[in-house]
Design a protein around this ligand. Structure first.
Ligand code: 6PG
Length: 242
């Protein structure tokens, strides 16, 4: 388990651009070393910002996208193409223009393709097992103002799931109520875990995440990459760090 490193960028935009540049290097290195790269993406505004940077030059041309597997740390249990799904938001930000092989863009099934969030979680776990996921090069995570990551919410029973790589989440404190999430142990099967956080409303969650607070209160404080854990922040998100 790695210790956390904090990097404060001068602005939200430079944070997104620098994270995209880091991701380009990580993907190029992974493809060069292993012939394939696995990245798990996030929704939220930072998820869209980083995709927008990846879809612009020079990032776009620097990566052989046909060798990249894309996953999501969580997904809202909504039909394919729903504007509130993380993958739809990433697509709209430019993910679908990168030249990825659709067979290696691993989307969580929605209610249009599964009977329940449980079934969707099982199907995603099976895809993880069969496609080499569950050994991610980079796990990109946003952090909620409450300290949640993926769909692991503070004090929510699903957050503590052990012995599984995915979990169906119901009664999420943030809409929509039904979701599918990677579990803490799955998130940690990553060489690198990156938290991308901007905004003053996240400052308290960032402080708790970096300084450490119990898992039940701040899931973000307890997810680490095998080699590196990075908190990539803008000045507002970093404003409560000592
Ligand atoms: C959700 C959100 C959430 C989001 C974080 C960070 O769970 O519904 O998508 O997980 O990723 O709250 O959001 P920002 O990147 O917009 O700050």
């Amino acid at each position: 388990v790695s210790t956390s490193t904090v990097v404060v960028h001068p602005s939200r935009q430079s944070l997104a651009d620098a994270a995209a540049a880091r991701l380009v290097v990580a993907l190029v290195d992974a493809v060069s070393a292993r012939g394939v790269a696995h990245v798990s993406m996030t929704g939220g505004s930072m998820g869209s910002e980083i995709v927008r940077s990846l879809a612009a030059e020079p990032a776009r041309a620097a990566v052989d996208w046909s060798r990249v597997h894309v996953w999501w740390g969580d997904e809202r249990y909504l039909p394919a193409g729903d504007p509130d799904r993380n993958d739809t938001q990433n697509d709209e930000a430019g993910l679908s223009s990168l030249g990825l092989d659709p067979a290696t863009v691993h989307r969580v099934p929605g209610p249009d393709a599964s009977a329940s969030a449980e079934e969707a979680a099982e199907a995603y776990a099976a895809t993880l097992r069969s496609s080499g996921g569950g050994s991610f090069d980079v796990m990109v995570l946003g952090v909620g103002p409450d300290g949640h990551i993926a769909s692991l919410f503070p004090h929510h029973p699903a957050a503590g799931t052990a012995g599984a790589v995915t979990v169906a989440v119901h009664d999420s404190p943030k809409p929509p109520p039904d979701r599918v999430s990677l579990t803490r142990e799955c998130l940690e099967r990553s060489r690198e875990v990156w938290f991308l956080v901007a905004g003053a409303d996240k400052a308290d969650a960032v402080r708790r995440g970096v300084e450490g607070s119990p898992f039940e209160e701040t899931p973000a404080a307890h997810v680490h990459g095998e080699e590196r854990t990075l908190w990539l922040l803008d000045p507002d998100a970093a404003s409560e760090l000592g």
